[in-house]
Design a protein around this ligand. Structure first.
Ligand code: GLV
Ligand code: MN
Ligand code: MN
Ligand code: MN
Length: 394
């Protein structure tokens, strides 16, 4: 908890509530500096890789490493635990292992992944996607934030070289196993009345941008029948997305961001961007294809146009069953849970055996200021992580 207390207030968002910590902004740089200081204080060797992920090594960096960590960035107005809990618990697990006199036989590394939430440049898990080559470096360099600044430009002002980003076989070749501890983002552990679970799977998910274009005009002088208002098909898409997801087994669709241009109360918009997050166990893309067809009809009925762009996608991930069962055994038959949330562990799962630990969230709320974990459960979490690391690196 003292680790989390260190971070309290950094990136607090007074307008939206909660925390807004976005890659390379002041708050996120502050958090990076905090992590480096904590790691160095423990005598760990720190390096920032070409994709701006931070590594801290106990033992010589090299193959066969057991890696744990998470991220420090947040969604806009997010909670205090999503990301930081996994980083703080990793540091705490190192302390616990040392107190017990544990000496790792395999190298042990802590990692902080960059831009996990995609809160600034729109693509989630950007640091791990770059490292694994699941996003092309050219595309990543050209991603823009809401001020129009590219990822390459932002990297430049951060002091990193955008020419070096991309698949990192050296980094990947070192990882024998990756374990990410995370606050649970639903009610699974509340229902089970247990503090800790081992993850089973991550729901397939992606992000799409629907851009509706019409004719900007005057809100008072333009008769209703004379309008090409892109907000109308955008609004219909919001409802259609909800209905399409509800008709799918375990599907979800969310419009968490809707941006009219130019965005004036007395202005009929000339364009509206609808940012859609869609998730489904089997085929989130099929759900979105269906919505794209509906969106074209909604647009045509208002004399508008729509373009659909897929911004990110990842299939459903089933975590390595051998590693998962090993964790369950070490933790005295911990329950397993699926999750609808995305994680760097899900990206790395295609490359290396990967597992996750979830810590109970008594509110069941996440990506919002009400996200929580009790001090007792956080302690359970770091002890569980220490046991897992001892098993894998001992
Ligand atoms: C990340 O938290 C996501 O699932 O969007
Ligand atoms: Mn998150
Ligand atoms: Mn997270
Ligand atoms: Mn006027």
């Amino acid at each position: 908890m003292s680790g989390l207390d260190d971070l309290a207030g950094i990136g607090a968002d007074r307008r939206r509530g909660g925390y807004s910590r976005h890659v390379f902004d002041d708050a996120e740089r502050h958090l990076r500096e905090w992590f480096v200081e904590q790691a160095e204080r423990r005598g760990l060797a720190v390096e920032t890789d070409a994709n701006t992920n931070i590594w801290a090594w106990w033992g010589n960096p090299g193959p066969g490493a057991v890696v744990t960590g998470s991220h420090l960035d947040s969604v806009p107005g997010g909670g205090a635990f999503d990301g930081p809990l996994g980083v703080v618990s990793a540091l705490e697990a190192v302390d616990l292992l040392r107190e017990r006199g544990f000496r790792p036989r395999a190298p042990l590394a802590l990692v902080v992944f960059s831009e996990e939430e995609g809160g600034r440049f729109g693509v989630p898990c950007l640091g791990s996607r770059l490292m694994t080559g699941t996003i092309h470096p050219d595309r990543a360099r050209g991603l823009r934030d809401s001020d129009g600044l590219t990822f390459a430009e932002a990297m430049g002002s951060f002091g990193a070289d955008p020419a070096r980003i991309g698949r990192d076989d050296d980094a990947l070749g070192r990882i024998a196993a990756f374990v990410e501890l995370h606050v649970e983002q639903g009610k699974g552990l509340i229902d089970l009345n247990r503090p800790i679970a081992v993850a089973d799977s991550i729901l397939g998910h992606g992000r799409w941008r629907f851009r509706f274009r019409g004719q900007g005009n005057h809100a008072g002088a333009t008769l209703i029948d004379d309008r090409n208002d892109p907000m109308i098909p955008a609004a219909r898409l919001v409802l259609a997305a909800r209905d399409a997801a509800a008709a799918t087994r375990d599907g979800r669709a969310t419009v968490g961001r809707l941006v009219p241009t130019p965005g004036g109360t007395n202005v009929i918009a000339s364009a509206v961007d609808v940012h859609l997050d869609a998730r489904a166990p089997r085929d989130a893309r099929a759900l979105v294809d269906d919505l794209a067809g509906q969106a074209r009809e909604f647009a045509a009925q208002e004399g508008c146009h729509v373009d659909v762009v897929e911004e990110s996608f990842g299939d459903t991930v089933h975590f390595d069953p051998t590693l998962r069962d090993r964790l369950r055994t070490v933790l005295g038959d911990a329950p397993t849970l699926p999750t609808g949330a995305g994680h760097d562990a899900g990206v790395l799962a295609a490359e290396t055996p990967t597992a996750m630990l979830f810590v109970r969230n008594p509110t069941g709320i996440s990506h919002a200021p009400e996200e929580h974990a009790t001090a007792e459960d956080c302690e359970e979490g770091s002890h569980a992580l220490a046991r897992v690391l001892a098993e894998l690196a001992g």
